[in-house]
Design a protein around this ligand. Structure first.
Ligand code: MRU
Length: 353
């Protein structure tokens, strides 16, 4: 079995250690975050990225921030903790998991406000570690459900990075691919390079080498041609936020793939944990889309490729309407369209369990 990548871990001495994804695939460098600002910097600058991974990072960042507080009464403690929460909430706007991770730690802090400050701090560490463990279990469950959709001999096209690096381990979309492979299915993967940040070329390809799954890297613009030639049997992506009607925000380029899939009659699957569902949003139109720096478009690996100062648009995510999604794979099972009722029922049961 391939050893699990240590995307992010909580060290007992009160350090959050994470693999710096900006250095991959060239170098495997780990960075030690000692306070919430270190974690916020890592999220902001994509050292850790992928919705589930930043959800856990944000939760750990808040717990880490709690450890550094000097407050001696609980009211001041919660007040200062709220400031740290706000700092982490401003790092990236689209992935629902980030806010979910913060809320989870915050709720525990408020619920246990009667504890002594040292005991409360310890309780927050325990919650952060629990989030970490649950993410791995959740991804394995998703993989188990999702692999039933994959047939022996399929070629699967994937976008961005949805593997161990985008999560605590195993992955969402790539976790489904991995589970199919582990079930002995002879599959192949087409990896979209995923311009502009190249998560496919840099990160997914790196993971697939480790996993030993036969794969080829293509540019984003090649996907349609491969589908026209009948060389893609399924597209699997992850999600950054899912609205209650099943609209899905994911890495820019995902919507284009979904449209291509519809035209070529290829199933378009989304794999995401329930923590990606935003119970406050009825449709994808309400999902905030991150606009990233123009340099991501105007240069590649530090080399300028456009006229100096040329205007740029760089939305990091797009929204795929639920009507183009064939199925949503969650840790609780596979949802089929129409999604609204099934998503709402799952959210209700997740809240009550
Ligand atoms: O900008 P990123 O790299 O954080 O974007 C990540 C994605 O869009 C992933 O596809 C998404 O988070 C799902 S991954 C489990």
């Amino acid at each position: 079995m391939t050893p699990e990548i240590q995307t992010i871990v909580w060290l007992p001495e009160g350090i959050v250690r994470l693999l710096d994804q900006t250095r991959l695939p060239g170098e495997e460098v780990y960075i030690d975050c000692r306070d919430a600002e270190d974690v916020a910097e890592a999220i902001r600058n994509l050292r850790i990225r992928g919705a589930p991974a930043i959800g856990v990072a944000a939760g750990m960042g808040l717990s880490l921030g709690a450890q550094t507080l000097q407050a001696t009464d609980v009211t001041s403690f919660l007040h200062e903790l709220r400031t740290i929460k706000d700092l982490l909430a401003q790092t990236r706007p689209t992935a629902r998991n980030l806010f979910w991770g913060l809320e989870r730690i915050w709720t525990v802090a408020e619920k246990h406000r009667d504890l002594s400050i040292p005991a409360l701090k310890q309780r927050l560490v325990e919650e952060a570690v629990k989030m970490h463990q649950e993410d791995l279990a959740c991804n394995r469950a998703m993989g188990g459900h999702g692999q039933t959709l994959i047939k022996n001999g399929d070629t699967i096209l994937t976008h961005c990075n949805t593997g161990a690096l985008a999560t605590v381990g195993y992955g969402t979309g790539l976790g489904v691919v991995r589970a199919a492979w582990e079930h002995g299915k002879h599959i192949q993967v087409l990896v979209d390079e995923t311009r502009p940040v190249l998560q496919g070329a840099r990160l997914t390809a790196w993971e697939l080498v480790r996993l030993g799954i036969p794969s080829r890297l293509i540019t984003d613009s090649m996907a349609g041609d491969f589908m026209r030639r009948g060389e893609v049997q399924a597209v699997i992506v992850g999600a950054d936020r899912i609205a209650l009607n099943g609209d899905v925000a994911n890495k820019i380029g995902t919507y284009t793939l979904a449209v291509l899939c519809r035209h070529h009659n290829v199933p378009f699957y989304v794999a995401a944990p329930l923590s990606t569902v935003d119970p406050a949003l009825s449709t994808g139109d309400q999902i905030p889309i991150e606009e990233r720096p123009p340099e991501e478009i105007t240069s590649i690996a530090g080399v300028s490729i456009a006229p100096q100062g040329f205007p740029v648009a760089n939305p990091a995510f797009d929204v795929t309407p639920a009507g183009l999604v064939s199925a949503i794979i969650t840790e609780r099972g596979i949802l089929h369209p129409p999604f609204a009722e099934a998503i709402q029922a799952l959210c209700r049961s997740a809240h009550s369990s």
